[in-house]
Ligand binder design. Structure first.
Ligand code: HEM
Length: 194
């Protein structure tokens, strides 16, 4: 969670308008929740979409793998049982065929007609929960998912309530794969007290 949080703070810092829109939602929800952080999280769909959007652009685990237990046909390819099949999350998240304007950090893309757990892509009518599989899927999906999401959203909520984030350079962050996808060098982010 520490790594996607770094990416999240950086993207919020270099997209001040997005940051401000989310902050407005967070402030309103926080005021209504009377100091109850879990209640406040219920009223911030944009913040939840932010963690989803960050994991689309910077998937912690870059692939989800399965060994089919029986032969299957996938898009006309015959895959024998026992073959490792990988869904590569990095190119999936940045594919034009799947997401409109894929390089753009835009949490609101997840707001649309909502297929369960998914939605928000380029082609209407073809939305699929499998656009968002940073935590895997099915019986073996990440068992820490809810803890991870909760932790990231709580931290971002508190930061947005207290600080304005900015960055001195808007360049893309170079990434490297060391067990998980990481920034090549730690992004520099300025926190200004609100
Ligand atoms: C942003 C944070 C995280 C991401 C993106 C992530 C992602 C993933 C992914 C992709 C898998 C493989 C799922 C599959 O094959 O369908 C996985 C498995 C797993 N994760 Fe996470 N994870 C995160 C945080 C955590 C945390 C905080 C914990 C523990 C508290 C955790 C515990 C596990 C465990 C135990 C498995 C293996 C589940 C199994 O094989 O049945 N993860 N995670």
């Amino acid at each position: 969670t520490a790594v996607p949080l770094q990416f999240a703070l950086y993207e919020l810092g270099r997209n001040p308008e997005v940051q401000e829109t989310i902050r407005e939602q967070v402030k309103a929800s926080w005021a209504q929740a009377e100091g109850n952080p879990q209640k406040a999280l219920q009223g911030v769909p944009l913040l939840k979409a932010t963690t989803k959007e960050i994991l689309r652009l910077y998937p912690v685990g870059i692939a989800v793998q399965r060994y089919p237990v029986r032969d299957i046909i996938l898009q006309n390819y015959h895959i024998p049982a026992g073959t490792m099949v990988q869904a590569c999350l990095y190119p999936l998240g940045r594919s034009r065929e799947v997401f409109e304007d894929p390089q753009r950090f835009d949490p609101s893309r997840w707001r649309s007609r909502q297929a369960p757990g998914g939605g928000g892509g380029a082609r209407e009518g073809e939305e699929s929960a499998f656009r968002s599989i940073a935590f895997g899927f099915g019986a073996r999906q990440c068992i820490g998912r809810r803890i991870a999401e909760n932790e990231m959203q709580l931290l971002l909520m508190h930061i947005l309530l207290s600080f304005r984030l900015s960055v001195s350079s808007c360049e893309d962050i170079d990434t490297t794969y060391r067990f998980i996808l990481q920034p090549e060098t730690p992004p520099r982010i300025t926190f200004s007290e609100l």
